[in-house]
Design a binder for this molecule. Structure first.
Ligand code: PEP
Ligand code: MG
Length: 608
């Protein structure tokens, strides 16, 4: 009897009701399917007599679940009970956290020109000629086969997701990755993938998920690019207001580098990933019917009132220009304040540094008012191919020239961070495995080259070199002597450089007295310190450690009490407005935060 029960386990089921106003859409579906895939049992979802695989993003999306819909989740086989329990918990959390994107209230307007009304994506004023979106397909040589292109594209999206972890929109990349896995799995050729994308997009037409078709196109473009087929978009050199049906989410980054003054989209929705990213970019944008607009005509785009003014009168133009210049003055004022030091009410100057990943983020950090770089995450400098020594040296030099105070962290690969050219054998617990400084043992040649490049770039600069994931004093001493031997081998003087550690592993807390004798500085990495203190993986979909737990503050207090060398903090906690007063009261003098958080962090400090 017992044997039969195990051979033919009964399916278990649970009803789940969609409570979010947005429905069960791509981003939460992606997180749900990722967790479902981690279980060995078969998991299906049934709604309205339709039963689909719950491990696939596109299959789940095909149920078109909206607010109020109840579907049944059924699990059968090994770990079925655990799977249902965890998926139910995740689903409830996803529903609770999925905030509705509120419509922006329109302000009244009075224009003399012809007015076209629309829906506001992002507020602002723009006056510029219109420009219609053009694309051109360019064919490059590529030897890559379809399955490698697919794998590379999935990997690219995974890296984008990981790199943007600090960004609230990172889930968009996870969603696209899951979508690509789900659509690409059964395709052997590009044509098959194109057909699949076409078929799936057709199913979305007219549904609430219509706007997700741009995600389908985006992932297809990514694979095509690997195969040498690139869609090139051209933009004018002078200011313009972009007119287009829709944009791909991945095009927003590129758009930000242009002279764009505003964007008018015809076929998107407030919840589309394109709209979310446009809002985050701050580009003034509107959803409106553009069929009456012609190329190269000057219009006013007023997204406070949600209108386009065609044929504006001179009075309209004058009014809009005055408003535009008032807005620019306001922006300039807050920008100016970013460059002012952050002084507390009691007159303490707290340094606000930036966490940077490459020259672009370092430049943004400079523009945002950073006083230095507290953490250069060097693993993100070269994401695709292993760089040459010269390339590395050039990249470091460019960044080092921007600030007087720079801390560069040696490669922190492993755990959740992967580089395609560094192979780390599969591990059961990668967060407890070969990562960070432990790579010095497994990949000494890589680290030698990196240190050599940093030393060359820091020839005349007192750069701080930081080792990640240090857990014992011996490990630091060994790593530093490795660095010294590299300098000796290439006959380089590194006496002006400082060597320090990230405090991420709790063992360091108990060894502070000995560390004080050997290190030049400390930087607390609260992201990892929290995961190791609470034994909760930082990327775990269900478990979340309390970011403001007293245990974490006690750990920081111990470090600050014991340290006799400068201590800074570079984890996410440094930008948390509820944590800042506590950190300053404990004696923290330097906070290193993401470039976008600099102005706000400085402002928070000024109130303490
Ligand atoms: C940290 O662990 O807090 C940290 C800043 O490093 P990373 O997030 O890059 O692991
Ligand atoms: Mg870390």
């Amino acid at each position: 009897m017992f044997l039969f029960k195990n051979l033919f386990p009964k399916p278990l089921s649970v009803p789940l009701t969609v409570t979010s106003n947005n429905g069960f859409h791509l981003r939460p579906v992606a997180q749900f399917a990722t967790l479902a895939r981690s279980f060995p049992c078969q998991i299906t979802a049934t709604f309205s007599n339709k039963r689909v695989d719950a491990k696939g993003v596109n299959t789940l999306l095909s149920l078109s679940l909206e607010k109020g819909d109840t579907f049944t989740l059924v699990a059968k086989g090994k770990k079925a009970e655990e799977a249902l329990e965890k998926l139910q918990l995740l689903f409830e959390t996803l529903m609770q956290d999925d905030k509705e994107i509120k419509k922006i209230e329109k302000t009244a307007y009075s224009y003399e020109g012809f007015v076209i009304e629309g829906e506001i994506i992002s507020e602002g004023i723009a006056i510029a000629p219109t420009y219609t979106y053009h694309t051109k397909e360019v064919q490059h040589r590529s030897e890559m086969d379809f399955s490698t292109a697919l794998a590379k594209s999935i990997e690219e999206l995974e890296t984008l997701y990981r790199n943007k972890e600090e960004d609230e929109n990172a889930a968009i990349y996870l969603a696209q990755k899951e979508l690509l896995i789900s659509l690409g799995t059964h395709c052997q050729t590009l044509t098959e993938l194109e057909e699949k994308v076409e078929e799936e997009s057709r199913k979305l037409v007219g549904t609430k998920l219509d706007a997700k078709t741009s995600d389908y196109q985006d992932i297809l473009q990514r694979v095509k690019k690997q195969l040498g087929l690139e869609i090139k978009v051209t933009f004018p050199d002078t200011p313009f207001i972009l007119l287009c049906n829709d944009l791909l989410p991945s095009e927003i980054d590129q758009l930000q580098q242009t002279n764009v003054s505003g964007v008018i989209l015809k076929e998107t929705s407030m919840n589309s990933h394109t709209a979310i990213l446009l809002r985050a970019s701050g580009i003034c944008s509107l959803i409106a019917d553009t069929q009456n607009l012609v190329e190269d005509e000057t219009v006013i785009l007023d997204t406070h009132s949600g209108v386009i003014v065609q044929d504006p009168s001179s009075h309209d133009l004058q009014k809009a220009r005055e408003r535009l210049s008032k807005e620019s003055v306001q922006k300039a004022l807050s920008a100016k304040k970013r460059f002012e030091p952050a002084i507390t009410q009691k007159g303490r100057h707290i340094k606000v540094f930036a966490n940077a990943a490459d020259i672009n983020t370092a430049k943004t950090a400079k523009e945002e008012g950073a006083e230095g770089i507290g953490l250069l995450r060097s693993e993100f400098l070269f994401k695709d191919v292993k760089p040459s020594l010269e390339k590395q040296q050039k990249a470091y030099k460019e960044i080092f020239e921007l600030f007087d105070d720079i801390t560069v962290r040696t490669l922190d690969v492993g755990g959740d961070k992967a580089l395609p050219y560094i192979q780390i054998p599969a591990e059961d617990n990668p967060f407890l495995g070969v990562r960070g400084v432990r790579l010095f043992h497994t990949h000494p040649e890589l680290l030698e080259e990196q240190l050599h490049a940093i030393f060359l770039a820091a020839e005349n600069k007192r750069v701080k070199i930081m080792f990640p994931m240090i857990s014992s004093v011996e490990e630091f001493i060994q790593t530093k002597s490795f660095a010294q031997s590299v300098a000796k081998k290439y006959q380089l003087d590194i006496s002006h450089l400082h060597f320090g550690i990230m405090i991420e592993v709790p063992s360091v807390l108990f060894l502070m007295d000995s560390f004080n004798d050997v290190v030049d500085f400390y930087s607390i990495g609260t992201n990892d310190l929290t995961q190791y203190l609470f034994a909760i993986e930082r990327t775990h979909p269900l478990l979340k450690a309390d970011a403001l737990s007293p245990a974490l503050f006690s750990a920081i207090e111990i470090i600050l009490d014991k340290a006799n060398k400068p201590v800074s903090i570079c984890g996410e906690l440094a930008a948390n407005k509820n944590a800042i007063p506590k950190l300053l009261n404990l004696g923290m003098e330097t906070l290193s935060v993401s470039p976008k958080s600099i102005a706000q962090t400085k402002e928070e400090i000024r109130y303490v």
